[in-house]
Design a binder for this molecule. Sequence first.
Ligand SMILES: Cc1cc2nc3c(=O)[nH]c(=O)nc-3n(C[C@H](O)[C@H](O)[C@H](O)COP(=O)(O)O)c2cc1C
Length: 182
Amino acid sequence: MKRIFITYGTSEGQSAKIANFIADVLREHGHDATVLDVNEAGNRIPGGCDGVIVGSSVHVGKHDKHVVDFVRKNQDVLSRTPSAFFSVSLAAHGDPAEAGKYIQQFEDETAWRPDKVALFEGALAYTQYGFIKRHLMKRIADSKPGNLGTDMSRDYVYTEWDGVRRFAEDFAAGFPEAGPMR
Ligand SMILES: Cc1cc2nc3c(=O)[nH]c(=O)nc-3n(C[C@H](O)[C@H](O)[C@H](O)COP(=O)(O)O)c2cc1C
């Protein structure tokens, strides 16, 4: 069993769902996974972790600034611990070149080179947005690739959970001695 720390930055909650899903998969594989919102992580990776996964959603072309700060402050531990980053955006659904640019920018800002990087499709949470944001997101959804939904009376979740599971399983496979949980 390995101790794996997962932290994430989220605005509307999709990255939190993804982080918790990853933790569940890791636990199925016999690991001890702890998940914390980056704002509750106290700016540090707990001692004794065997692996670290960091995630962030993208808003207005940028990853969460608290996640950027967290990564900068923990550069030392991240550079000597098996680590992975996942990015959550709408661009990951239909505009991979744009989603790739966000990653490039994040790596430039943090100087962190995770062992694995994943781009996950996020969600359009119209029912959670206020009036202005709802209409703004509808306009954006209409103009972007990926055939994004524009019915503001409902939410659209584009996350492909099989891909999230594969990412978590690939990460777990880096620790081959862990057996399945009994
Ligand atoms: C105000 C706003 C701005 C956004 N800007 C971008 C963007 O620049 N690029 C993108 O690909 N997705 C963008 N998104 C989509 C989010 O990345 C997507 O909704 C994601 O699921 C949010 O994750 P979270 O719920 O963890 O915050 C934006 C969403 C909102 C509400």
